[in-house]
Design a protein around this ligand. Structure first.
Ligand code: DP6
Length: 345
């Protein structure tokens, strides 16, 4: 007999960036971060987890290719989930002993992997949720987010829809470093996000490596994590609660720019944006200054692709301008991603 569960997890795009670890094993960050979860129509990972007595080893297929399950991160996630299942089995002897069975995991992204489109976030979130469903674990999102964090830091934020904070915590064992929801997508329903695929190529420096280089070598980094981010975290949380788009957008752009500044301040310097990315920045800055208000915000993760946030009423202005100015931009999302929630269970 084969036991299976399937699920999807969405991508999240940080508006206050996670960049730097204080513990590389547990994936504990040097600062708290905030993100917005995107619609599952556009960017998501679909994962099926199966367990059977007849399976001889754990196997993970990502987009049809077998991936290692022996990496420290995947191993840590699987061990935690199995331990939770084992506890359930110990308290209820009628449950099948799934914790002792090997797992087959099939995962598919509907977007380019590792092109700076937060694929590891959706990937690990879907992996954790699929296995938690398979094991019928009673753990809350918050508890699952602690496990997902160990797979990839940003993955802890993909367990929720809407607006999400990853609170860095300060305990050494990481038990207080987990994601919480700031607001549901329904609380700010006219927010929109558009993904501008500048390049679908694999990024040159992985986030993991890049952030270690920055944390070790950038003199600006200390100022960012100790002085700038704590204040920004409060201001951005408040802007989301009050639906103050101008403040939210202003902080989002400032934080993207500072994140890329500390990358440049690293040795050797780390570059993620390219000329097209910088064109997008100039265009949005011009649009905002001509309009005399903040119409749109840009943000860039560890890659050249842009994500724009704007309000529904300004959609034609924002997308019209970008299409006119950058007609060659690869892979325009047909439909702007509407912020969506994560389905239950
Ligand atoms: C720039 O979560 O991919 O997207 O924890 O090493 O897996 P690891 O890093 P990852 O880093 C994401 C960095 C970022 C900012 C963010 O999502 O907050």
């Amino acid at each position: 007999k084969i036991y299976s569960a399937s699920t999807t997890a969405p991508v999240n795009i940080a508006t206050l960036k996670y960049w730097g670890k204080r513990d590389t094993k547990l994936n504990l960050p040097t600062n708290s971060s905030i993100s917005v979860t995107l619609s599952q129509d556009d960017l998501r990972t679909h994962t099926t987890a199966s367990a059977s007595e007849s399976f001889t080893r754990d196997i993970l297929w990502l987009n049809g290719t077998e991936e290692s399950v022996t990496g420290a991160r995947t191993t840590a996630c699987l061990a935690e989930l199995r331990a939770l299942r084992k506890k359930l089995e110990d308290s209820n002897s009628s449950l099948p002993p799934l914790s002792s069975y090997k797992l087959h995991i099939v995962s598919e992204n509907n977007f380019p992997t590792a092109a700076g489109l937060a694929s590891s976030a959706a990937g690990f979130a879907a992996l954790i949720r699929a296995i938690a469903d398979l094991y019928e674990l009673p753990q809350s999102e918050e508890e699952l987010s602690r496990i997902a964090r160990q797979g990839s830091g940003s993955a802890c934020r993909s367990l929720y829809g809407g607006y999400v904070a990853w609170e860095m915590g300060n305990k050494e064992d990481g038990s207080d470093s987990r994601a919480v929801q700031i607001a549901t997508e329904a609380q700010w329903p006219d927010m929109r996000a558009a993904i501008l695929v500048v390049s679908a190529k694999k990024k040159e420096t992985s986030s993991t490596t890049g952030m270690q280089t920055t944390a070790k070598t950038s003199p600006l980094f200390k100022y960012r994590v100790e002085v700038v981010v704590p204040e920004r975290f409060k201001q951005m949380s408040k802007a989301i609660e009050k639906k103050d788009f101008e403040v939210f957008a202003d902080l989002t752009m400032a934080d993207s720019n500072q994140f890329h500044a500390v990358c440049l301040d690293s040795s050797p310097p780390v570059f993620y944006m390219n000329d097209v990315s910088r064109n997008v920045i100039s265009l949005v800055e011009k649009l905002n200054s001509l309009a005399g208000r903040i119409v749109a915000a840009y943000t860039f993760d560890a890659g050249p692709n842009a994500v724009l946030y704007y309000l529904e009423r300004d959609e034609s202005v924002v997308l019209g301008l970008l299409k006119a100015a950058l007609p060659d931009l690869e892979g325009w999302q047909k439909k702007p991603a509407v912020i969506a929630s994560v389905p239950e269970g």
